[in-house]
Design a protein around this ligand. Structure first.
Ligand code: IDP
Ligand code: MG
Length: 160
């Protein structure tokens, strides 16, 4: 087995990935989690939560002034969401690739949106668009004790 002793400390980033109300209602939680697990990412936080307006205004602070914001709010408040923090190499950029484009019809088959949905207002998932925003979003959606530092048993078989 690879040595557990001389493991270099990698600066691992985290992304905030959220399954939207339609993804939860459609029973896609397990499939979406599985994609991140199978890629080799490590779960650092996970919970089901009913969001409210105040929280969503912070989360989508750059979109609050857009004409479609009320619609976005209604969509995101329509049921519970699954909040996740995933950790690993380049997870923010790779998470966006795994999700696909904002418009599911522009998303390649093989991506989450490209495999499971058809419309921008039912695009089932959210992923942070930068490392900086990922840190902010994880701090917004999770309490400090809800994001857990731990070592994966598979680490040495996923990272050289
Ligand atoms: P993203 O989720 O791919 O990062 P954002 O631009 O951050 O896309 O928008 C947040 C969400 O708002 C989208 O996922 C989608 O549900 C909705 N949305 C964003 N832009 C539009 C738009 O131009 N038309 C319709 N819905 C949009
Ligand atoms: Mg976005």
């Amino acid at each position: 087995a690879p040595s557990a002793v001389s493991r270099p400390t990698m600066a691992m980033e985290r992304s905030y990935i959220m399954i939207k109300p339609d993804g939860v209602q459609r029973g896609l939680v397990g499939k979406i989690i599985t994609r991140f697990e199978e890629r080799g990412y490590k779960l650092a936080g996970l919970k089901l939560k009913q969001a409210d307006e105040a929280l969503l205004k912070k989360h989508y602070k750059d979109l609050v002034d857009k004409p479609f914001f009320p619609k976005l709010l209604a969509y995101m408040i329509s049921g519970p969401v699954v909040c996740m923090a995933w950790e690993g190499k380049d997870v923010v950029a790779m998470g966006r690739k795994m999700l696909g484009e904002t418009n599911p019809l522009a998303s390649a088959p093989g991506t989450i949106r490209g495999d499971f949905c058809l419309e921008v207002w039912r695009n089932i998932c959210h992923g942070s668009d930068s490392v900086e925003n990922a840190d902010k979003e994880i701090a917004l959606w999770f309490g400090e004790a809800e994001v857990v530092d731990h070592e994966s048993a598979m680490q040495d078989w996923i990272y050289e």
